[in-house]
Design a protein around this ligand. Sequence first.
Ligand code: PMV
Length: 338
Amino acid sequence: MPKTKHITVEAPSNIAFVKYWGKKGHQHPINPSISMTLKNCVTSCRIDYHESDNFSLNSYQFENKENPDFKDRIEKYLTSILDICPTLKTRALSIKTKNTFPHSAGIASSASAFASIAMAIAEIENANNKTQRASQLARLGSGSAARSIEGPYTLWGLTHNIHNSSDEHAITYNDTHKNFNTVNDTILLIDTAQKSVSSSAGHALMHAHPFKESRIQQANDNLNTILKAMNEGDWEKFGATIENEALTLHAMMMTSNPPAILLAPQTLDALDKIRQFRQDTKQPLYFTIDAGPNIHLIYPQTHAAKIDSFIKTDLAPLCKNGQTITDENGTGAKVIND
Ligand code: PMV
C-alpha cells in the first residue's frame, strides 16, 4: 500500500468591487475586476493523497458527509486540469471541505472552495510560485476564485496601466491609502435560497448582450477610478463607483435574453435606507451586491460604531431571520500545519 500524505489549506471568499461578468477563451474574463479578500468566511480543505497508476478522486466529503453532487463537480474540474497538472495523473485523492459560514447563506462559496482546493494542489505539486499557480488553477474552477489566494485586495484581468496584471491569475493591489487598511463587510442575508440563475449561465448571457462593448469600457473606467480612489483614500469616489458596479451587474442581468431579476423587494428597501442614512449622517457606508439579493455593506472599520448600530436597528430586520455576517479584509489562503 503506497504511503498516504495529506495537506490542509484554508482559503477565504472575496467580494468584488469591480465585477467580473462575462468570459472569453479558456475561462478568461472579458473585463478586469478587483476585490477584497475576506477574513472570516473561509473554506478549509484537507486532501489525503497517495501515488497511484492513474488519477482518481476516491471520495469527497463536505461538512463531514459524502456529497455526490460536489464530488461530481470537483472530479470534472480535476480531470479538466490533468494536462496542466501532470503530478495529479499519478495521484489518488480524497478531499474533505468545510465552511466557516453557512452553506445556504447565499454567499459565494465556490470562490473559497476552489481557492482552497487549488492552493492544496499547488502544494502537492510543489509549484515554484505557489500563490500564482494556485490563483491560475483556482480560476479554472471558478473565475472569481482566482482572487481569493492573496489579499487584502486583488486584481484579475489584463489592465493596461497595471504592470504584471494578467488574465491567467490575480495579483495583489497594494498601492492603497491608510483609509483602506481595515475595511468591514457586513453581509445582509436578505434571502438564503439557492440562486435562480447560476453564474455560469449569467456569464454566457454576456456573449450576445446588446450592451457588452459599453460594459467592458465601463468596467475598465470604473477599475481606474477605484484604483485611484483607493490610492488617495477617497471613500466618496470609491463608494459611488462600487455602487455603480453592483447596479450595473443587475442591469446587465435584467437586460439580457432571457432576463433575470435577482433583487428582492427587501434589497431595494435596504438600498433606500442606506442612501438616506448616508445623506443624514455623512457616514461612509456603501453597498455592493453579487448575482443575488444579498447586500455587502462596505465601510471603514474606524466608523463601525455608528454604522453597526444603524445596521442592527434598521437593516437587520429586513434580513431573513435577522441574519447578518460580519467580516473584514483578510490576507488570503494559507497552509495549516497539522
Ligand atoms: O466566479 P464565478 O464564475 O462564480 O463568477 C462570479 C461573478 C460575480 O460574483 C457576480 C462577480 C465577481 O467578480 O465576483
